[in-house]
Design a protein around this ligand. Structure first.
Ligand SMILES: Cc1ncc(COP(=O)(O)O)c(C=O)c1O
Length: 363
């Protein structure tokens, strides 16, 4: 179970079914050119935290564009999605707050709840009835329900509209991490919260990352003006952190434009995810049901998963190998992520390799 790093070079030729560059924007010439031009104008580093010298017009422009895309009044960029979740969860904690956390929620949400010092109650994954029962036992107006929209390990979707209804009934806030839906789901790729018709709900707060569909780096939160102002005043992971380089903000602006306009990219991600899940299932493998660009396929053991991922790697296919404690249910699996920029022939070969190297169920 020991983890190891596998540094890749710039000319790496692996077919990438392990990264989160769903729309294939990280290497898109328009994105790279926008970042390069900003690098020349601004230099490399932001030189300071956002409240000191780090805020540039590029940060402000991207924040406006992100808020517009997600149908929110305002947005704030953090250095990473991890720090955004940590900072936002902590900022939502008030005296007496209780976080109600989906059992499959990402480590950054778990860490935010833990470090807030507030009471945290786990709730069974995507179980709306269990959530209603938990909320019924809590004082009204003090709960914050914390979940992802598309779950990072299994790629399944949260029932956001139903979760929101239950939250409304109990005057709870709903915090949704839209990291794996942004760009792939929703109008113009605006995410699963917007797709669920909750873009204007004032009791829903959305976080996401710029490091997946946008192919860049950084995290974000979108919400009301008041909440964003509250974060600027109080959120330690925003305040005490050097701003992201302006070149990253410019690259993200270019990526955002392509994300909105190139509908074919998200269509292809969803088509490929469905085709992959179907092919794996037809080969007798246990797979999750993809809501966006993630398909997980179960392995009989941690060792089998590791061997399987190595066999794929030897054949030139990069896949994610997820073993406990990273998996929510102690089962090991390969996590396969779709990239719209991979040529069709490479994608088809990758599917054949994954099936051809699969372990037998009793391995
Ligand atoms: C659901 C989810 N939230 C947050 C993050 C953290 O985002 P970042 O990599 O930008 O720190 C990740 C993964 O990286 C994720 O999968």
């Amino acid at each position: 179970l020991e983890r190891g790093l596998q540094p890749r070079s710039a000319d790496d030729t692996m077919v990438d079914l392990a990264g989160n560059d769903y729309l294939g924007l990280s290497r898109e010439p328009a994105v790279v050119e926008a970042a390069t031009a900003a690098l020349v104008r601004y230099g490399l580093g932001a030189t300071g935290s956002r409240l000191v010298r780090g805020s540039t017009v590029e940060h402000a422009t991207l924040e406006r564009e992100l808020a517009d895309l997600m149908g929110r009044r305002a947005a704030l960029v953090y250095s990473s999605g991890y720090l955004a979740n940590l900072g936002v969860v902590r900022a939502l904690a008030r005296p007496g707050s209780v976080f109600v956390l989906d059992a499959h929620a990402h480590a950054s949400l778990v860490d935010g709840c833990r470090s807030s010092g507030a009471r945290t109650v786990p709730v069974a994954h995507n179980d709306v009835d269990a959530l209603a029962a938990v909320l019924a036992d809590l004082p009204s107006g003090l709960a914050v329900v914390v979940t992802e929209s598309v779950f990072s390990v299994d790629g399944d979707a949260a029932p956001l509209a139903r979760l929101h209804q239950v939250c409304r009934d109990h005057k709870a806030l709903l915090l949704v991490d839209d990291a794996h839906a942004l760009g792939v789901v929703g109008p113009f790729g605006g995410g699963a919260v917007a797709a669920a018709g909750l873009a204007e709900a004032d009791d829903v707060i959305v976080t996401a990352t710029l490091s997946k569909s946008l192919g860049c780096a950084g995290g974000m939160v979108a919400g009301s003006d008041v909440f964003i102002r509250h974060l600027v005043q109080t959120s330690r992971t925003f305040i005490y952190d050097t701003a992201l380089p302006p070149a990253v903000m410019c690259g993200a602006q270019a990526a955002l434009m392509l994300m909105k306009n190139d509908t074919w990219r998200r269509d292809l991600v969803r088509q490929r995810a469905a085709a992959l899940a179907e092919a794996l299932q037809a080969a007798g493998l246990g797979v999750t049901s993809p809501a966006a660009g993630i398909v997980s396929v179960f392995a009989p053991s941690a060792i089998a998963a590791l061997e399987w991922s190595r066999a794929c790697q030897r054949a030139g296919i990069a896949v994610g190998c997820f073993r406990p404690p990273t998996t929510p249910d102690h089962r090991s699996r390969l996590r396969l992520t779709i990239n719209a920029a991979i040529p069709a022939a490479d994608f088809e070969r990758a599917v054949k390799v994954i099936i051809g190297t699969a372990p037998s169920p009793d391995e």
